[in-house]
Every structure is written in C-alpha cells, then in structure tokens.
Design a protein around this ligand. Structure first.
Ligand code: UD1
Ligand code: UDP
Length: 371
C-alpha cells in the first residue's frame, strides 16, 4: 500500500509527524510526505524537531495569503504529485484549507482519502472560520474517518457518516508523551530567562482569523491589565508569524513589564513551557488538547469550541473575546486558589498516546481487504 500524507501548517505537522514515524516502522507500507507549505518557518520548525524529511514541498505560502489562493494553489499543485505517485490512499489532517483542498484534489482523481482528526464540530459554520466548514467538507470527501473521541464519532453519525469511522484518540498525545522532560533546557533564549520558580507563568497564544481585529485587541488589552496589576506573574506569548497578528500584539504589548513577546517556539520548547505554566490563555485548538493533559487550566478566548470534552472535564473554560470577561475570569484563577484547583487536574480525554498505532493497524486491514 502506498500512502501519501499531505499537510501544510504547524498543527497538522505536529499531529501527522507521529503518524509518519509509526508508518515508517511498517515496511509493507510505502509512505510519502507532501507539504503544501501553507506555512513556511512554523512548519519547518516541526519537521526539524521530528527529524522528518518531506518528499515534496509545494511551498505555496505568501504574505497576507487569502483562503482563495491557498485553496487554488494546493488544488493545482497537488494534482501533479498525485499523477506521479498514484497513491492508494491520501491522508489529510483536521480542518485547514490545505486539508480540504488536498482532499478535493484526491477526490477528483478518485483516490480514497483518510481524514485524521475527523468529526470535531462546533455546529457554527462561521466559528472557527473557515475551519468548521473545512472539516465538514473534508469529512464529506473522505472515505476513512479517524475520530479522536467517541463524541467526534457521534457528530459524524448525526451527519449520516457511519461507514469506516474509527475512534483512535488524537495523535497529538503520541507526540506529547515524549516531548516533556523534568530536566529540559529551553532552546529559546527568552525562555531561559523566565523565573519559573517564583513567578506564575501564563502562556498565551492567539491567531484565529475570526479573532483578528477587535477581538485580538480585546485579548491583548486584558493581558496588559493583568500584567500591570500582578507583580508575581509573567506572560509568555509566542506570537504567530501572521503580520496582522504581530501588528496588534506588538502595538499593545511590546515593552509591557511582565509580558514576554517571543518568536514561535519549536514544539519541544512549547510543550515544556506548558508543563511549567500556571495556566494557558489561548484561541488555539491544539493547546486545548495539550494543556489538560498536564493539568493546566485553559481559558479559551473564543465564542465556542469544537473540543468540548475538556470543558466537560472541568479543565477548560470558554471565556469569549470580551476584554472584561477575559480579565475577570483570569483574575478569578489568580486570586482564588479553590477556583484554580478545581480546574488544575490532569485529564486526557483526547487519547492515550497510541492513536498513530491504531491508525496504522486500520490502514493495514484496509490494505488487506483491498487485495
Ligand atoms: C492556519 C489555518 C488554521 C490553523 C493555523 C495554525 C487555514 C485557513 N488556517 O491559519 O486553521 O489554526 O494555520 O497556526 O487553513 N506566516 C508566516 N510564516 C509561517 C506561517 C504563517 O509568515 O510559517 C504568515 C504569512 O504571512 C501568512 C499568514 O501568516 O500569509 C497567515 O497564514 P495562514 O496559514 O493563511 O493562516 P493561519 O492563521 O496561520
Ligand atoms: N505551538 C508551538 N509553538 C508555538 C505555539 C504553538 O509548537 O509557538 C504548538 C502547540 O503546542 C500546538 C500547536 O502548535 O501543538 C497548535 O498550533 P496553532 O495554535 O498554531 O493551531 P491550532 O491548533 O489552533 O490549529
């Protein structure tokens, strides 16, 4: 069986690399990797961390790229590679525009698609935008669905997607188990300077398209107020390379005492930073899965989430994008130890670290049934 994995952004890479490493253990499966290059530097960081060399890179990234250019560049670019490689199956991940366009390109050639991290839903096609629709459409195009949780499987069932749905756990947990170590030394020079013993470190990230503009400004102003008020905390905010994000973050938070704006971190630094944090404030999808595993409370600065499992487990709160609400909820966790402890328990609703093995076992069975 020849498997072609196609991905293009940082989170897809973090979640596909463990699967590639597992596939490479199986000599009967030929595994090829095509990067779309929707991201450039942030994608390279992950490939380097996992020491994986891609077979192809479409290198499509442009500054201020649009959803249309990403879609068309991927759709056109992937075609030649599909013609050349003629894979038996194309694996895509999650909800990015890369994933949707690559799945569509495979569908046009009647090559079956396997969707890793299938079935997450908010139910609102504009939030997250365009990811909810990307994931839905990728699900329609896919033949095989690797759902992280039972709830994700149920979401698919509600849409009458009932064949070839497998609950596997999330591959992010596979990566995660090996990245955090107690003696870890940070690569990033700014992270080396943080006083992890005496300060309560709060990790912040924000990048979502629907948060660009006023919501991101609200997020930054809430952080500024908290940093000015509490002398025993330190914000570490690795700023996404999107110029729109950088403009807002630097305009409001540069040179604010107790706020460290740093460059995107490699995944080893990032996971170890999480492990040493007091809590996490984010609009990221992946961080909502990772921080609960470490028992770190997460405030999700979005209006809804496609990952309700950790909300139900009590470690994640969806606080929205109103400055006052973000500020007050963070303050509660800083002032009230009971409130903090209620959220700071380790839960792992997204998997046990064996998702990649399960996916590869399923691929082997699919291969045998096709022979
Ligand atoms: C993309 C995904 C989003 C995912 C996020 C992870 C889509 C529509 N969005 O959003 O689902 O959560 O990645 O981070 O698929 N840039 C660089 N270097 C990089 C990466 C980005 O300079 O390595 C800059 C470029 O100017 C680029 C801009 O960031 O145009 C935006 O990148 P894009 O992939 O369009 O959007 P993200 O917000 O990263
Ligand atoms: N991450 C990272 N370095 C950073 C910020 C995030 O390695 O500076 C990791 C994070 O641990 C998680 C993933 O990137 O695994 C999340 O990516 P992002 O927030 O960009 O996208 P999302 O998950 O929201 O799609």
């Amino acid at each position: 069986m020849k498997v072609l994995l196609v991905f293009g952004t940082r989170p897809e890479a973090i979640k596909m690399c463990p699967l590639i490493l597992e596939l490479k253990k199986h000599k009967e499966i030929e595994c090829k990797v095509c990067l779309t290059g929707q991201h450039r530097e942030m994608l390279r960081q992950v490939m380097d961390a996992f020491e994986i060399q891609e077979d192809y890179n479409l290198d499509i990234m442009r500054e201020h790229q649009t959803l249309t250019t990403i879609t068309t560049d991927v759709l056109i670019g992937i075609g030649d590679i599909l013609e050349q490689e003629k894979p038996d199956i194309v694996l895509v991940h999650g909800d990015t525009t890369t994933s949707f366009a690559a799945a569509l390109a495979a569908f046009y050639r009647q090559i079956p698609v396997g969707h890793v991290e299938a079935g997450l839903r908010t139910g609102n096609i504009y939030s997250p935008f365009p990811e909810e629709m990307n994931r839905l459409l990728t699900g329609r195009l896919a033949t095989y669905h690797f759902a992280p949780t039972k709830r994700n499987e149920e979401n698919l069932q509600r849409e009458n997607v009932v064949n070839h749905v497998y609950v596997t756990g999330n591959t992010v947990m596979d990566a995660f188990k090996t990245t955090v170590t107690s003696e870890y030394e940070f690569h990033d020079s700014c992270l080396k300077e943080v006083d992890y013993k005496n300060k309560r470190v709060i990790t912040v990230t924000a990048h979502r398209r629907e948060n660009l503009g006023i919501p991101l400004q609200n997020i930054c102003y809430a952080i500024k107020r908290l940093a000015e008020e509490y002398t025993d905390i330190e914000f570490v905010y690795p700023v996404h390379l999107n110029p729109v994000v950088r403009e807002t973050a630097y305009a409001i938070l540069e040179n604010i005492p107790r706020v460290k704006l740093v460059e995107p971190l490699d995944v080893l630094d990032m996971h170890n930073l999480l492990a040493r944090s007091y809590m996490v404030m984010t609009d990221s999808g992946g961080l909502q899965e990772e921080a609960p595993f470490l028992g770190k409370p997460v405030l999700v600065m979005r209006t809804e989430t496609e990952r309700p499992e950790a909300v139900d487990a009590g470690t994640v709160k969806v606080v929205g994008v109103d400055q006052e609400k973000i500020y007050c909820t963070a303050k509660l966790l800083l002032d009230e130890s009971d409130e903090y402890l209620k959220m700071a328990h380790a839960v792992s609703p997204y998997g046990d670290g064996h998702a990649s093995e399960r996916i590869v076992n399923i691929l082997e069975k699919i291969s045998m049934n096709r022979e």
